[in-house]
Every structure is written in C-alpha cells, then in structure tokens.
Design a protein around this ligand. Structure first.
Ligand code: 3BY
Ligand code: FES
Ligand code: FE
Length: 419
C-alpha cells in the first residue's frame, strides 16, 4: 500500500489515475481542503442562490464561502449586487442574519452606514480629513444567469462565464426564474468532503438502490446506462429511451424550448452540462405521485409534461427545472470532511401556498433524496479514512460524468499547483 499521508499535493495531482476515484488525502487533508478553497472556490464562479432570494429593494442575503462572507443585496434600481460582508471601519461583520431587509447597511459596532450601492454614507467622529468615498464596501463579482446567482471572489473572474450564459440563457428563460419565489429552502450538513457530494450527484448508478422516491418519476436510462452495458432486453429499452429523448427534444425545440444536451464539464474553466430529459411514462414532476406539485406553471409553460431540464455547473451546483417548479442545489464546503448542501424549491411568484401547491408535497422527493445522498456521501468519507482505501474504478457506463468532474478538478488544481 502506498504511503500517501505525507505526499505533497503536486505529486498526488501528477499521479492521479484516470478513471479512478481520487486518493484519500483529497477527501481528508486540511491542507488540500485549504488548497481547494484557494484554487477552486476563490477563483471560479460559485452558484450561491437565486434572484428571488432578494426580491425587493433592501433585501439582503449572506453567503459564506470558507472564511469569506459576502452580502448580496437588491438595490433601489432593482439590480442585484454583492459586497464583502466586512465593515470598512475595523472590519466587523456587517450583516449577521442569513436573510434580512434593510434600508441601509448599518454596522452594529460603531454605526458606520452604507447605502445599498455600498457607498459609505455616515461615519461619526472621523474628523474633517476623513474621505468617505475611500471607505465604501468592497464589491464582489456577481452574475445572474436568468435569475441564477453566481459569484466569483477572484479579482479577475473566468471570462468564459459569458460563453456558458449565451448557451444556457435560452434553456433557462422559459422557466422565468426572476418571476418565481422560494417556496421552501433547506440546509443540510453532509458528513463528507465537498468533492464526494459533487461526485455522488454526477451519477445515478446508486439511484435504483437508494432513492425509492426519486426513481418513481425518473427514467433510469436517463442517467447514463450505456446500451452496451445491458443485456438484450436492457439494450432494447435503452434504444427506445434514446428514440424517445430524440423525439421529445425535437418536439420541445420546435415549441421553443431548447432541450438538447450541452456538455462542457471538463473542457472549460466554467464547466457545465445541460439537457432536458423526459420523465417516465406520464410523470410531470419530481413528486411522490409524479404529478405537478404546483398548479400554476412557471414562465411560458402551458403543458405540464416538459420533462426536467438538468443543469450542472462546476464546481458546486446542480438544478432541476420542471414545468411547475424548479429545485436548485448549492454545495458550500465547510471543512475537509463536511459540506453544506443548500436546496431551494421555486414556484411561480403568484402561486398561493395551500391553493396552488402544498409545501410538503413540493419538497418530499428531494428532502428524502438529499437525506439518502448525505448518508451515501458519509459512507465514502468514512471509507476514505481507512488505510485500506484505495482509488476504485468508475463504471464506464454510469460514472462517466463523475470522471469528468474529477478531470475538471484535477485540471484546475494542476494549473496552479502541479507540474
Ligand atoms: O442530478 C441529476 O441530474 C441526477 C438525478 C438524480 C441524481 N443525479 C445523477
Ligand atoms: Fe463597523 Fe466600527 S467596525 S463601524
Ligand atoms: Fe443520489
């Protein structure tokens, strides 16, 4: 067995075996965790929430990425902007609640007061020569992709966000996320490294055995059972599925809903993948009875049966957009062995709870599925602690996208730490 406990990151990256899971220090080491935060989370576009998190002027939401706290604010002109959540006086944290509504941003320590544009408006006892204009809040790069909010902590964010946005805007626009509301949201702390949470999401090999609620509306074939991996009956089924997908793509695209697969998971700095896939049989949505959870459909939809648009971004998000509701997932690393999974369920902003939708019904499938996934992530985290752990092979039929996630990660890390 290799002694990897003291192997530097550079060598671990260099000797990564393609097609295999990562070596244990990638999931355990506080040093590699720090490198991940610095290299991945401080430099890439991180999905953090949705415009409906801050629907009105003065609405603010705090997002913590490692030690960096950011406040996202809706300003008086209805723009969504972001600032470092650090007072420019003596550095106190400025906004303390996850979500709040403010007139101005007032520091609790000595009451320095900032406008929603981040400008310092009031600071008592600072003397005549004090220049307020030099002490505004520090801005953070924020982009809204049809209502999905991404922030980047780097001075110069990856420019290829625009390429992703150009491709993805037409896929997302029909769901009109800006005119939705967060009907429910939930944070869970998964007992695993953030990469295990992401890897788990990038395959459905585990779905049939672990997600009884989710697999009712899903087509298993939709998640990468390549025909050659199956017996004769399975092959026929997979072929039928692929015809059905093609047919649906054709119909949906004709009706103005881009659906075909776009895949750039490991060939772009801002890696992503999207595809609108049919649901099984008459299924309309990710619900226990497979019917739409919300009577009022999102955006332009008039037909309940629009499948589910899957949208994944590197390093930290995945999303499901149905005709009646959308579910967004943001992974925020906490330490080497714990990750925050933040899930939001969105419905049309005019949908009325108890009339158009029932929250319990809306959230049931993904609350159960997240809980199951969290347990699975914990299994791998525990396994990685054992000296017996060694990287295991990914299925070429069902885990290709896990491999792409790891390729992206190793590629991004190597650019900074390797070679
Ligand atoms: O997130 C997805 O697209 C799928 C559905 C369930 C798990 N995951 C692979
Ligand atoms: Fe914010 Fe003093 S630290 S006003
Ligand atoms: Fe899962």
């Amino acid at each position: 067995m290799l002694d990897i406990t003291s192997t530097p990151l550079k060598s671990l990256l260099h000797r990564r075996r393609p097609g295999y899971s990562l070596e244990a220090p990638f999931y355990l080491s506080p040093e590699i965790f720090a490198a991940d935060m610095e290299t991945i989370f401080q430099r890439h576009w991180i999905f953090v929430g949705v415009e409906p998190d801050v629907p009105e002027p003065g609405d603010a939401m705090v997002v913590d990425i490692g030690g960096t706290s950011v406040v996202i604010v809706r300003d008086d002109d209805m723009n969504v902007v972001a600032f470092h959540n650090v007072c420019r006086h003596r550095g106190a944290r400025l906004v303390h609640d996850y979500k709040t509504t403010v007139g101005n941003l007032v520091c609790r320590y000595h009451a320095w007061t900032y406008g929603l544009d981040g400008k310092l408006m009031f600071a008592e006892h600072m003397g005549e020569n004090f220049d307020m204009s030099c002490h505004g809040l520090k801005p953070v790069h924020l982009r809204s992709l049809e209502g999905l909010l991404f922030l980047c902590l780097a001075d110069e964010p990856p420019a290829d966000f625009d390429d992703m946005a150009a491709v993805m805007a037409p896929y997302l626009a029909p769901h009109d996320l800006r005119n939705t509301k967060v009907a429910f949201e939930m944070d869970i702390v998964e007992p695993g490294n953030w990469k295990l949470t992401m890897e788990n999401n990038r395959e459905c090999y585990h779905c049939a055995g672990n997600h009884p609620e989710l697999t009712v509306p899903l087509f298993a074939e939709g998640f990468g059972f390549a025909p050659e991996s199956l017996d004769e009956a399975g092959r026929l089924q997979a072929e039928r599925y692929s015809c059905l997908v093609n047919e649906n793509h054709g119909d949906w695209e004709k009706a103005g809903f881009p659906s075909r697969c776009q895949e750039h998971l490991d060939d772009m700095v801002t890696g992503y993948r999207a595809e609108r896939l049919p649901l099984d049989g008459d299924a309309e949505s990710h619900t226990l009875d497979t019917k739409a959870a919300c009577k009022k459909l999102m955006g332009k939809f008039t037909n309940h049966k629009m499948g589910a648009l899957h949208f994944w971004t590197q390093p930290n998000s995945w999303h499901h957009f149905m005709a009646d509701h959308a579910v967004t997932f943001s992974v925020l690393p906490l330490d080497a062995e714990h990750s925050l999974l933040r899930t939001k369920w969105l419905v049309h902003k005019d949908a009325v709870e108890g009339v158009d939708y029932d929250v319990e019904n809306l959230k049931a499938v993904w609350v159960a599925t997240n809980d199951q996934d969290s347990t699975l992530v914990g299994y791998c985290q525990t396994g990685a602690r054992s000296p017996a752990y060694e990287p295991g092979p990914y299925s070429p039929h069902t885990e290709m996208l896990v491999e792409r996630f790891c390729n992206w990660y190793v590629g991004r890390m190597t650019e900074v730490h390797g070679l």
